[in-house]
Design a protein around this ligand. Structure first.
Ligand code: GDP
Ligand code: MG
Length: 604
């Protein structure tokens, strides 16, 4: 396949607008898969169980297709991108291997928050954009209205928009034709020295790291010796081929092609996304660098049964090999024992990871409350703290802490006009600032607005999204991007049982929410902590100040008391039972807590 018959493209869209469905249709239409190979609802490119269950794409997948058009055979490389804000950086890096993108918009919903963000990423990368309106088979679709909206939002000429139904297949052939005629072929040369761009990697138990590369220049063959611009390490290609849609070995990858390589890379940390590979001994200028994945949310993960720690850590490490964007370190807690502290791109990413641990490794885990990375500014240095345990206990004149800063994001929300007021209230109640809005539709009665504001990341990672959806009857869409750090009035809140702090429950809270959060957690604790033989005060404290309190009344623990006159064995059994459950108890001060209590406290 010479370069001029190669097309590298991606489908970009807001979640649920039909990206996976369209990708499947393209694979079918090009004969890459047959209808029978495909389950009724299982999308071929959504491989993980969680992806199928939640209908989201977590990890980008790539597939090559061969298509004959007017007597010429074309090689089309489809690079699937994930469809959730948490994974925006994956979208960006997948697009680096493309020359064009299909911008897919649901004709019943119109332009949504992520349609806008992915459009901008594609524009910044200079890609040819093919606008597509999907779901025109639905009676509720309004292709003309939405085309006008795409014109006013993106300046797209309605004549360029292709109207399709990915479900029935209507219009999908026009999409294929547009890919061939509108997207430019990659500019690569077979004479120039080898230059391959590494844009994704996964881990295979037998072959080690398997990377996806796009060949910028030169030819890559099995047996070739290559080196990394970034690590300078050398490798030999042991396996090479294209994804069609599964791995299909080939002799070589030609200039402009996209495919997989396995090259004896043992550790997944050796495969740097955005790295440039070249022939050993013939270095080239690396491709422009990449923003590495940046963890935005941290949480501790502990086994429900402390004896399972070794097994859990092993499972976490294995799973992290398949997901390079997860950061893993060890953590230990007096209350929960040994565990791991993990960094995620967002809360959905965290939920997906936890679910995969449970599904694929049978793990039973307790996940602590998510924390964002804060900056603690001292006179002479700044420390990033992503665990409340490491946060200064008090921030007064004596503590040398000059300031606390928290990460903020610029958020955009798109809603029908009638919900604008509710959305503004929601943003204010989550400490939103710099609120602004503009109308997206220039005509029509049901006008939609885009609301933008600055929000603390910590507000976004809790229940913001759920509230947004429920207060807009599901109509609001939401997207955000990193906007740096801002000074903020934050402190550490600890929970005391009988005067002793429970480390695993510490939180970082804003001054304005101390009372509310303190009370809510104290109530929750009161509900799940078993009574002890003495009265236990449960308190929420900020520094030395108590902000909320409940009292757990005492309980007579002598379980043998009612058994006088009973059988000796019965009595013994009771005592043994008590011993057994003692083993699973965690002691905080002099209060006994079953590990399960933490599970129910932290679950919600
Ligand atoms: P993704 O999140 O962008 O990958 O979206 P999916 O491809 O998973 O589609 C989301 C939902 O929309 C699924 O239930 C699809 O069956 C449905 N869908 C996709 N395309 C069409 C279409 O053209 N017509 C109709 N009626 N439904 C569609
Ligand atoms: Mg999908």
């Amino acid at each position: 396949f010479p370069c001029d018959v190669i097309r590298n493209f991606s489908v970009i869209a807001h979640i649920d607008h039909g990206k996976s469905t369209l990708s499947d249709r393209l694979l079918e239409l090009t004969g890459t898969i047959t209808k029978r190979e495909k389950g009724v609802n299982a999308q071929v490119l959504d491989k993980l169980k969680v992806e199928r269950e939640r209908g989201i794409t977590v990890k980008a997948q790539t597939a090559s297709m061969i298509y004959s058009f007017q007597g010429t055979q074309y090689l089309l490389n489809l690079i699937d991108t994930p469809g959730h804000v948490d994974f925006a950086w994956e979208v960006s890096r997948s697009l680096a291997a493309c020359q064009g993108a299909l911008l897919l918009v649901d004709a019943t919903q119109g332009v949504q928050a992520q349609s806008i963000s992915v459009y901008h990423i594609a524009r910044e990368r200079g890609l040819t954009i093919i606008p597509v309106l999907n779901k025109i088979d639905l009676p509720a679709s309004q292709p003309e209205v939405m085309a006008a909206q795409m014109h006013s939002t993106f300046g797209i000429d309605p004549k360029d928009i292709i109207h399709i139904s990915a479900k029935t297949g209507k219009g999908v052939d026009q999409v294929l034709e547009a890919i061939l005629t509108r997207i430019p072929p990659p500019t690569a040369s077979s004479e120039a020295p080898l230059k391959a761009f590494l844009f994704d990697s996964s881990y295979d138990r037998y072959r080690g790291v398997v990377s996806l590369v796009s060949i910028q220049d030169g030819i890559l063959r099995k047996g070739d010796k290559i080196a990394s611009c970034f690590t300078r390490k050398k490798y030999e290609i042991i396996d090479i081929g294209i994804m069609h849609p599964e791995e299909e070995p080939t002799e070589s990858l030609q200039p402009g092609q996209v495919g997989y390589i396995a090259c004896n890379m043992k550790e997944s940390s050796e495969a740097h996304i955005g790295d440039t590979l070249h022939r050993a001994g013939a270095p080239v200028d690396p491709m422009p660098g990449f923003k590495p994945a940046k963890a935005m949310v941290y949480a501790g993960i502990f086994p429900v049964d402390s004896n399972d720690f070794i097994k859990l850590e092993e499972s976490i490490k294995r799973l992290a090999l398949t997901d390079r964007s997860v950061e893993v370190t060890r953590e230990s807690s007096t209350a929960l024992g040994q565990g791991c502290r993990l960094g995620f791109l967002g809360t959905l990413h965290m939920d997906v990871f936890r679910q995969r641990l449970e599904d694929e490794y049978n793990a039973n885990v307790i996940v602590t409350a998510p924390t964002v990375p804060y900056k603690v500014v001292y006179q002479d240095r700044t420390v990033v703290v992503s665990n409340p345990t490491d946060f200064p206990d008090s921030i007064d004149s004596g503590s040398k802490v000059r300031e606390i800063q928290e990460p903020v994001v610029s958020a955009s929300i798109i809603v029908p006009q009638e919900y604008l007021g509710d959305m503004m209230d929601l943003c204010f109640s989550h400490r939103g600032e710099n609120l602004d809005h503009r109308f997206l539709d220039t005509s029509g009665s049901a006008s939609r607005v885009m609301l933008t504001c600055t929000l603390p990341l910590s507000e976004v990672v809790t229940d913001f999204f759920d509230k947004l959806k429920s207060r807009s009857s599901g109509f609001a869409s939401f997207d955000y991007e990193d906007a740096g750090y801002k000074p903020s009035n934050l402190s550490k809140m600890t929970f005391l049982l009988n005067g002793k702090p429970v480390d695993a429950l510490a939180l970082i809270v804003h001054k304005s929410a101390e009372q509310e959060i303190g009370r809510a957690w104290v109530k929750k604790l009161h509900k799940v902590i078993p009574r002890q033989i003495f009265e236990v005060p449960i308190q929420a404290a900020v520094g030395r100040r108590i902000v909320a309190r409940e009292t757990l009344s005492a309980y007579r623990a002598d379980v043998t008391a009612g058994l006088y006159g009973g059988h000796y064995e019965r009595k013994l059994k009771h005592l043994n039972n008590q011993k057994e459950s003692k083993k699973r108890m965690k002691r905080v001060g002099n209060v006994d807590l079953p590990q399960e209590a933490f599970y129910s406290i932290l679950k919600t």
